[in-house]
Design a binder for this molecule. Structure first.
Ligand code: CMP
Length: 148
């Protein structure tokens, strides 16, 4: 998951991590960093060519973000539920985006949309050595995907 520049700038990162913790996720790794233009383009490459792509890259490089690896049963689905809809106007009460997002683009947080993408996104930001308990779930996930 990522906490995006608007949420970090507004001082919401701590409260968002608290929500993550209170919903039973374990934080296996966490770092604060600022993406370069090339990195943001690479991270969001599936959206290249879409009308909002350039704005998305500019926004995601506009300040520091947090990247984190979350562990929970069905973590991808569970985190997507806690995040809420991409458009905060459609996000349910009690979700991160309902509370902290400003708009579709400035939507506070990011989550992977599948286990396979989660693995790619985790290794975009972290090496295996930086992920506590990596010998467990991360490698199991890797093995499952390899056998598909
Ligand atoms: P995220 O979950 O990080 O995945 C892709 C991002 O693109 C998304 O959140 C939004 O911030 C952004 N995005 C998606 N659709 C639009 C849109 N119609 N206009 C602007 N930004 C968008």
């Amino acid at each position: 998951m990522l906490i995006k520049p608007n949420a970090v700038k507004n001082g919401y990162a701590h409260e968002i991590f608290l929500m993550v913790h209170n919903h039973g996720f374990k934080i296996l790794a966490q770092k604060k960093l600022q993406l370069s233009e090339r990195e943001a383009q690479a991270f969001y490459r599936v959206h290249a060519g879409k009308p909002f792509f350039q704005g998305l890259v500019e926004f995601m490089t506009s300040g520091p973000i947090y990247a984190a690896v979350l562990e929970k049963d069905n973590a991808v689905t569970e985190w997507r539920t806690l995040m809420g809809a991409t458009d905060p106007a459609k996000a349910a009460e009690g979700t991160v985006r309902k509370k902290y997002a400003e708009s579709v683009q400035h939507n506070a947080v990011h989550g992977s949309d599948s286990d396979e993408n989660a693995l790619n996104e985790i290794f975009f930001f972290f090496s295996a050595r930086e992920i506590v308990n990596a010998g467990g779930d991360i490698y199991q996930l890797h093995d499952i995907l390899k056998n598909d």
